[in-house]
Design a protein around this ligand. Structure first.
Ligand SMILES: *[C@@H]1O[C@H](CO)[C@@H](O)[C@H](O)[C@H]1NC(C)=O
Ligand SMILES: *[C@@H]1O[C@H](CO)[C@@H](O)[C@H](O)[C@H]1NC(C)=O
Length: 358
């Protein structure tokens, strides 16, 4: 009996080791994201690259009337494939951005591009983009430089594109490439809404002050913005809007002076149409605070993500992995709301609200 017991114990031990090794190798590459997380300034959601030379405000102000650029690659039929248009148009690709019906709602996607800064370093860029556009039919390319401070141009051009070529969509989700989006939750949330009502939902930032320290990456001189507070705006990780709001914003953003921080710029457009954006707990555009002892386990619990709509700062591989974990037919989280405690060692953030359907 004792020998049997020992054999069982060894067998169990081996299995446990194998299991942990597998788990670890699956999650190992996610630890990279630590370097980026935490401590972000709540003022701005997207960081410009650190190597960015000092921003030339004078030049920006001089050229700010130059705000109309040609559309080099269009997808004019994107929203005409289904009678009545898509239910939801989303603006990122791969995994969660797949097209087709989600819970019976038609979802289409587009991907927004400008021209890369150094084309000589990317000799095949042009043909690659055209190939990709032909393969996926989801690329919109405009003739301006694809830089951090030109994201505002992207916003303006996308909205006017949507008004012209996708007026039939009921809702739009716009998000960064590094967000994980639970499309099912978004569709559920939208199902009972009327696209002809105003709707603008996201991780809303209130009462943010412009940063006046010259050294800061987000420095905005008073010549550019004289007020002491920004209007409420959505963290750029992702937000939802209705078709009606898209049309109004498209008009308004065409009239608001260019501002180099695109999130804030959109807040200014919202203010112009007198629309108060709605804060929603399901939009975590700063990512989820990771417990220091187990950074990977907790955030990679797919049940945790099941309750959210958007989570910022995931790498492509992580988005892919999460999408697959969530779509595993054997995943079941429904009844065990608190069973996941074993993995949630110390969560600094608020518990996510469980039901977004209401
Ligand atoms: C563009 O990239 C090429 C090749 O990497 C490099 O030699 C060149 O200095 C770059 N030009 C600019 C303006 O950055
Ligand atoms: C934005 O794009 C325009 C057109 O390509 C370019 O002239 C300008 O320098 C860019 N602005 C910034 C801030 O990168």
């Amino acid at each position: 009996v004792r020998r049997h017991f020992r054999a069982d114990a060894i067998c169990t031990l081996v299995l446990v080791v194998v299991l942990f090794t597998m788990l670890y190798s699956q999650l190992g590459h996610t630890s990279l994201r630590e370097e980026k997380g935490g401590g972000q300034d709540a003022m701005v959601t997207t960081l410009p690259p650190l190597t960015q030379p000092a921003f030339d405000f004078k030049r920006y102000l001089r050229n700010k009337d130059n705000r109309k650029f040609d559309l080099l690659i269009n997808q004019p039929k994107k929203c005409k494939r289904n009678p009545g248009g898509p239910f939801l148009l989303i603006i990122v690709r791969k995994t969660w951005g797949r097209e087709g019906p989600v819970n019976g709602a038609q979802v289409q996607r587009v991907f927004l591009l400008g021209v890369p800064k150094n084309k000589t370093a990317l000799p095949a860029w042009e043909s690659l983009v055209h190939q990709e556009s032909q393969m996926y039919r989801d690329i919109l390319l405009w003739d301006f430089l694809d830089t951090f401070f030109n994201l505002t141009l992207k916003e303006i051009h996308f909205l006017s594109w949507a008004r012209e070529f996708c007026f039939s969509t009921k809702f739009i989700f716009k998000g960064d490439a590094d967000v994980f989006v639970n499309v099912e939750n978004i569709v559920n949330f939208l199902e009972r809404r009327d696209p002809s009502d105003d709707l603008f939902v996201g991780d809303i930032i209130y009462n943010a002050h412009p940063i006046r320290t010259r050294k800061s990456k987000y420095y905005i001189p008073e010549t550019m913005y004289g007020l002491s507070m920004y209007p409420a705006y959505a963290g750029g990780g992702g937000f939802l809007l209705s078709s009606s709001t898209m049309k109004k914003l498209s008009q308004a953003c065409g009239e608001v002076e260019l501002f180099p921080i695109d999130d804030v710029f959109l807040g200014m457009c919202l203010q112009r149409i007198n629309l108060k954006p709605t804060l929603h707990e399901g939009f975590k555009t700063f990512g989820i605070t990771k417990p220091s002892a187990a950074p990977n386990l907790q955030t990679f619990d797919p049940c945790f993500y099941k309750d959210l709509m958007v989570v910022h700062s995931l790498k492509g591989a992580e988005i892919w992995l999460m999408w697959n974990l969530l779509h595993n037919p054997r995943l079941s989280c429904t009844q065990k709301k608190h069973v996941k405690k074993a993995f949630r060692w110390k969560i600094k953030t608020k518990e996510p609200t469980k039901d977004y359907a209401t």
